[in-house]
Design a protein around this ligand. Sequence first.
Ligand code: GLN
Length: 485
Amino acid sequence: MSLDLSCLTCASAARAVAAGKMTATELTEAALAAVAARDPGVGAFLEVHAERALRRASEIDASPEARQAPLAGVPVALKDNLCLRGQRTTAGSRMLAPFSAPYTASAVARLEVNGAICIGKTNLDEFAMGSSTENSAFKLTVNPHDPSRVPGGSSGGSAAAVASGQVLGALGSDTGGSIRQPASFCGLVGLKPTYGRVSRYGLVAFASSLDQVGPMGRTVDDVALLLSAIAGHDPNDSTTADEPVPDYRSLVTDDPGSLKLGIPRDWLDAGLNAEVRGAVEDVLARLEGAGARIEAIDLPHERYAIATYYIIATAEASSNLARYDGVRYGARAENPRDLADMYSKTRSEGFGAEVKRRILLGTFLLSEGYYEAYYGRAQRVRTLIRQDFETAFTKVDAIVGPTSPTTAFPLGEKADDPLAMYLSDVYTVTANLAGLPAVSVPCGNDADGLPIGLQVIGKPFDEARILQVARMVEDLRAATTRSSP
Ligand code: GLN
């Protein structure tokens, strides 16, 4: 029987490799065995790179220097909108089914330089558009806590792969909540970095002013470790910031001192599932007990966030997805009558319903006569939302609240109701609009045992602080679990 990954974290596995107690090959074999045993029931992976992973593991095992790397031998999964040279990168779309990436995404390259082993590519909503992973053109992924429920989305495959113990960490992307919401549905820690903290080079673009690549893991410590590996300036992405990258892992254990946390006044109102509210209130009370000051704050323009997000995201998506025309990338329809028919057939056959809905909406919003009324106005509201946060952050160190209004919902429940699906992003899209870092950390379970996530939003480039708060939540929970009968 090979090693059981469920007993390990990224940090403990890398430590064991560095100390010569475990090999990268053993860890990789354990991950591949877990994928073979568990993934048929979960559906997290679109592709597994067994041969490549084993080859890289043996390279690490052969090099005393490589064995000391911070993530040496750690098996990880990549959302399939991140390029890995020579491997298929589909973004969950038929349009990119034949596409093999000619280069590796910077965040992925940095994971590998730090010793991580990429086990494979995980399922997602097509082009990362969705909140349940049901919009994938290829397969269904289920929640490892209850296979009749969604894992969340759009990074649902990455979340399910970690939560089912097939890998120790994963990368996702978050445009409006796609790392945090699946992390919360699957009982994981997931972090969306500040816009510009992590390179988007090699990430299949959805909405370029909102997209960020970020880590998912089972512990705050692991997410801090993964973030330190992937963060930093990248000459290939001019939107990355030239800010120094701290050692997040050493910072998460620091005492945050006298913390002031803000809770937006209406975040715990109606609309929010009672059990989620209960769990969030409970953890806030315990944070207060541990010395944090909690105060209500106002984000007056927050109620426009969903509308603003879906205008900006669809407008940018319609422009980004114009490149899929049957000539430059991926699939091309067969037997077209002429050039126009080739474009039209390629796009009709290549895109799924949700992607088409967004392209149509975004194209309309950007069209002559409507641009100012919708896109222009949404940009101005976005500025107001950002200013609301700036004002709030003059009073508090971080903002806390639920990650999602519900726990994982049943498969199919919202599949035919796009508006209901969009509303599951109500607490997450604001951080993307304002470019702020935000993390989801498990804070409880509902009566069915489904995980509930607490979201912590921070000031720009203050990832260390939100990780410290997340770490406090993790410690408080561990203390309760230990003291309960
Ligand atoms: N669920 C949101 C959407 O459908 C967010 C997706 C994401 O963050 N990629 O747009």
